[in-house]
Design a protein around this ligand. Structure first.
Ligand code: PLP
Length: 392
């Protein structure tokens, strides 16, 4: 039995979503901008998916702009708002030190073009405090961007409070909700944000489809210029099949989040058992980040005296897939910027593994990991000791 505990990297698709992608690819090939029947069929698919995406985040369908995924949605949020606000003299951007690279590297790119930028620190629990954001924001701040849930440790940020801090100084607020959409109920009005990014492949939809929710009336410059697609906000013929798959996944996720005896409760119980058993059975382990305010599916655990990359490979050889951090930076052997920002030492930033569960995760899979992990950790620690005790 292979175990996939890397749902934060990407998720297997819902059968219904696969079916929607296949059906639309096969039967509805029109260009959604065409006025004829074939075009209108494609437009109807977009309309339905737009309603579903809006329902998932609590917005209006007219406020949804489809993108190629979370990275593009984040780029659009930052670059689109920054460029629109440039003439007002607001040339400062604020974000947190634990954002995804889609935000951090976009900020760096804007900094190279003369934008002033501030990275707000986090505490050891991985939470961005409203006080720290208040210290960073000035009357020259155009936009504050803080993620809803962190991809590596799962901590949920106090977005509503942070948005209020930004608004008090006249700045816009963007949240990267790529890791919370489908895992937590989201209501853009309650959160009080202006922009919110989601990505279908993180909630059992297809890759290459995402959306940016843009509050009505928000000034934004288009990221891609060309035709008049997406109300002049994102030029380019829409990827209708992938967007159909996004719509189906969004609808299923929205229904799941509002059903009693939810999937979230099941995942929380599974994750907690995995975490408790690892902490109990493997000495020298600790959870990274706050255990309270987290998405239900994620745990990030440090293993003292173990190289996380070696443990990841040993687990993979046993058929268990986990991660050392974000999929974008895994394989680089770079220490996690999230754990570093939380103030952990070099060893801890390199001995931590992320376990992220999801829709198809089972009790049997948790049992399998719990039965395998202690042996592997012991073996790796033994090897390290032998190497360490060899005469120089
Ligand atoms: N933001 C966060 C928090 C993520 O975890 C990811 C993906 O790992 C992204 C953005 C990028 O999304 P996509 O893979 O759809 O480009």
């Amino acid at each position: 039995m292979r175990v996939y505990f890397d749902y934060n990297a990407t998720t297997p698709m819902h059968a219904e979503s696969v079916e929607a992608v296949a059906r639309v690819s096969r039967d509805i090939f029109g260009n959604a901008s065409s006025v004829h029947h074939f075009g209108q069929q494609a437009k109807a698919v977009l309309d339905e998916a737009r309603s579903a995406a809006a329902m998932l985040v609590g917005g209006d369908p007219s406020e949804i702009v489809f993108t190629s995924g979370g990275t593009e949605a984040d780029n659009f949020a930052l670059r689109g708002a920054a460029e629109a606000l440039e003439p007002t003299g607001r040339r400062h951007l604020v974000t947190s030190a634990i954002e995804h690279e889609a935000v951090l590297n976009t900020l760096k790119a804007l900094a190279r073009r003369g934008w002033e930028t501030t990275l707000v620190p986090v505490d050891q629990t991985g939470v961005v405090s409203p006080e720290h954001v208040a210290e960073a924001v000035t009357d020259r701040t155009a936009l504050v961007s803080v993620m809803h849930a962190n991809n590596e440790i799962g901590t949920i940020q106090p977005v509503a409070q942070l948005a209020a801090v930004a608004h008090a100084r006249g700045a816009l607020f963007h949240t990267d909700a790529v890791q919370s959409a489908g895992k937590l109920p989201i209501d853009v009005r309650t959160l009080g944000v202006d922009l919110l990014a989601i990505s279908a492949h993180k909630f059992n939809g297809p890759k290459g489809a995402g959306a940016l929710w843009i509050k009505r009336g928000t000034r934004m410059l288009a990221l891609l210029t060309g035709g008049k697609h997406e109300r002049n906000r994102r030029a380019g013929t829409e990827n209708v099949p992938a967007i159909a798959g996004l719509g189906v996944a969004a609808r299923l996720a929205a229904v799941m989040l509002t059903s009693p005896g939810t999937e979230a409760a099941r995942l929380t119980a599974l994750r907690n058992r995995l975490e408790d058993d690892i902490l109990r059975l493997v000495p020298g382990t600790a959870v990274n980040g706050a255990r309270g305010a987290r998405v239900p599916n994620t745990t990030n655990i440090s293993f003292d005296r173990v190289e996380a990359e070696s443990l990841l490979i040993a687990l993979d050889l046993e058929g268990i897939a986990v991660s050392t951090g974000s999929a974008c930076s895994s394989g680089t052997l770079e220490p996690s910027h999230v754990l570093r920002a939380m103030g952990f030492n070099a060893h801890r930033t390199q001995n931590s593994l992320r376990f992220s569960l999801g829709l198809f995760s089972t009790e049997a899979e948790v049992d399998r990991v719990v039965a395998t992990l202690p042996r592997l950790v012991e073996k790796l620690r033994g090897l390290t000791q032998k190497v360490g005790s060899r005469p120089a």
